[in-house]
Design a protein around this ligand. Structure first.
Ligand code: DOR
Ligand code: ZN
Ligand code: ZN
Length: 428
C-alpha cells in the first residue's frame, strides 16, 4: 500500500526542509521525501499550494471517557482530532473514574485502538481520584501506557504531595503536567480579575492565582530535578517565572492555548458562557506577554485544552456555567488566521509549536518526516476560508467562542500511520 503526496510545500523543521517536495509512504511508513518522486503503484495525493508537515500533536485534551460520555467519548474526540488536523492527542485524567490506575489507562488505549483514527495517549492522575491525598500508582500508570501525569482541572494543593509526585516521576523521567491554580485565590471566580470584571459585575480570578503555583512548582522542580510541564499558561507573571527557570537550566516546559493567545477578557461582556474557561481569558497585557513568550522561546508549544461540555452546562447563567472550550476543530485555523496570516509567527514556527515540540516533550519519535518513521502527516490549505460552524463539529462539545467566525487556513487532510483518517473536514 503506497501513498504519494505530490507537489506540496513540505515543512519539516527537524530536517531543515522548507521546499516543494513529494512524500512517499509505503505500508504506513515514510519511505522518502524528495523532489519529483514517481511511483506507478502509489495512490497520488495532489498537494499543490498546500502545506505538508509532520502530524500535529496535542498534549492536552479532555475526552471525558470513561464516565462523562455525554460530553465526549473516545470516538467523537478522535474524530474531532482527525478533522482538526491532529494525529496524536494526550487525554487528561479528570474522567470518572479518573485515570488513576492501569486498568483505566488500558481501557482508553483499547477504545482508541478500536476507533482506529488517531494516536491517543492517556495521562495518569497524580493522586487517586484526583483528591489530592494519596499518590496514584505511577509505575503502574506508565506500564499501562501513560505518557505523563497531571491533576488537570485541579491543582495538587499540598506541596508535600506534589514534591513526592515529582520525586517519583523523576525516576521515570516522566513529565508532570501542572494545572496551576491556587483555589483559595480563584474560588468563586468567573473571569479574569481586572477592569472588565468590575465593569461586568463578575467575580474575578487574579493572575496571581496562577503565578503563585507556577512559582511553587518551579521551586519543587529545582528541588527534585523532575520534568515539570506547565499547562495553559495565561499570565505575564507565569511567562516571566518560566523564562527565569529556563535560564537557570531547570527542567521546565510549557504550553499555551489558542484561546488564551487570541481572546481577551473584554469579550466576556457578551456573557456568552463559551468564553468561560479555566484559566480565564486574560487582559491585553497578558496576551502580549504570551505572544512575546512564543517569540522568544519561553513558551514551547500550543495545546488546545479541548474541554467539551454538554449544552446544559453552558446554556445557563455565566456563574453557573462549566469552564472549558471545545478546541480541536478550530485550533489550526485560529492560529493560521490570527497569528500566521498576520505575520506574528511563521508557518514553520507553528509546526514547531504544534508538532516538533510536543513530540520532544513526550520524548516520542514523532514531529518529523524522518524516513522510516510512521507516517503521521497533516496537510493544510493556507488559502481555504471557512466559517466555524459547530453543527459540523464531530466533537460533542459545541462550546466555542469562535463559533460563527470566518477563518483562513484549515487542515484538509490528516494521515495517521499512512492511512487517510480525515479529508476536507470529513472523517474517513
Ligand atoms: O476550562 C477548563 N476545563 N479548564 C480545566 O482545567 C479543566 C477543563 C475541563 O475539564 O473541563
Ligand atoms: Zn487545566
Ligand atoms: Zn485541561
Amino acid at each position: 500500500m503506497k501513498l504519494l503526496i505530490k507537489g506540496g510545500k513540505v515543512l519539516d523543521p527537524i530536517n531543515n526542509i522548507d521546499d516543494v517536495m513529494d512524500v512517499l509512504i509505503t505500508d504506513g511508513k515514510i519511505t522518502t521525501v524528495q523532489k519529483n518522486i514517481n511511483d506507478n503503484e502509489a495512490e497520488i495525493i495532489d498537494a499543490t499550494d498546500k502545506i505538508v508537515c509532520p502530524g500535529f500533536i496535542d498534549l492536552h485534551v479532555h475526552f471525558r471517557e470513561p464516565g462523562l460520555e455525554y460530553k465526549e467519548d473516545i470516538t467523537s474526540g478522535s474524530e474531532a482530532a482527525a478533522v482538526g488536523g491532529f494525529t496524536t492527542v494526550c487525554c487528561m485524567p479528570n474522567t470518572n473514574p479518573a485515570i488513576d490506575n492501569g486498568s483505566v489507562a488500558v481501557y482508553i488505549k483499547d477504545r482508541a485502538d478500536k476507533t482506529g483514527l488517531v494516536n491517543v495517549f492517556p495521562i495518569g492522575s497524580i493522586t487517586k481520584g484526583q483528591e489530592g491525598k494519596e499518590l496514584s500508582p505511577i509505575a503502574e500508570l506508565i506500564s499501562a501506557g501513560c505518557v505523563a501525569i497531571s491533576e488537570d482541572g485541579h491543582t495538587v494543593a499540598s506541596s508535600k504531595i506534589m514534591r513526592n509526585a515529582l520525586e517519583y516521576s523523576k525516576m521515570f523521567d516522566l513529565p508532570v503536567m501542572c494545572h496551576c491554580e491556587d483555589k483559595q485565590l480563584s474560588r468563586e471566580g468567573q473571569m479574569h480579575e481586572g477592569y472588565f470584571s468590575t465593569i461586568y459585575g463578575l467575580t474575578g480570578i487574579p493572575a496571581e492565582a496562577e503565578d503563585v503555583i507556577v512559582a511553587r512548582d518551579i521551586m519543587l522542580s529545582r528541588l527534585t530535578g523532575a520534568k515539570v510541564h506547565f499547562c495553559h499558561v495565561s499570565t505575564k507573571g507565569a511567562v516571566e517565572l518560566i523564562s527565569q527557570a529556563k535560564e537557570e537550566g531547570l527542567n521546565v516546559t510549557c504550553e499555551v492555548t489558542p484561546h488564551h493567545l487570541i481572546l481577551s477578557d473584554e469579550i466576556v461582556g457578551d456573557y456568552d458562557t463559551d468564553t468561560k474557561v479555566s484559566p480565564p481569558l486574560r487582559s491585553q497585557e497578558h496576551i502580549e506577554a504570551l505572544i512575546e513568550g512564543i517569540k522568544d522561546g519561553t513558551i514551547d508549544c500550543i495545546a488546545t485544552d479541548h474541554a467539551p461540555h454538554h449544552f446544559e452546562g453552558k446554556d445557563c447563567e455565566y456563574d453557573l456555567a462549566d469552564f472549558g472550550i471545545s478546541g480541536l476543530e478550530t485550533a489550526i485555523a485560529v492560529i493560521m488566521d490570527k497569528l500566521v496570516d498576520n505575520n506574528i509567527i511563521t508557518i514553520t514556527k507553528m509546526v514547531e509549536l504544534m508538532a516538533v515540540e510536543p513530540a520532544s516533550i513526550l520524548g516520542i519519535d514523532k514531529g518529523t518526516l524522518n524516513e522510516g518513521n510512521l507516517a503521521d502527516i497533516t496537510i493544510i490549505d493556507p488559502e481555504l476560508t471557512k466559517d466555524v460552524d459547530t453543527n459540523n463539529f464531530y466533537s460533542k462539545g459545541k462550546n466555542t467562542p469562535f463559533k460563527g467566525s470566518t477563518l483562513k487556513g484549515w487542515p484538509i487532510m490528516t494521515i495517521v500511520n499512512g492511512r487517510i483518517v480525515a479529508h476536507d473536514g470529513v472523517v474517513i
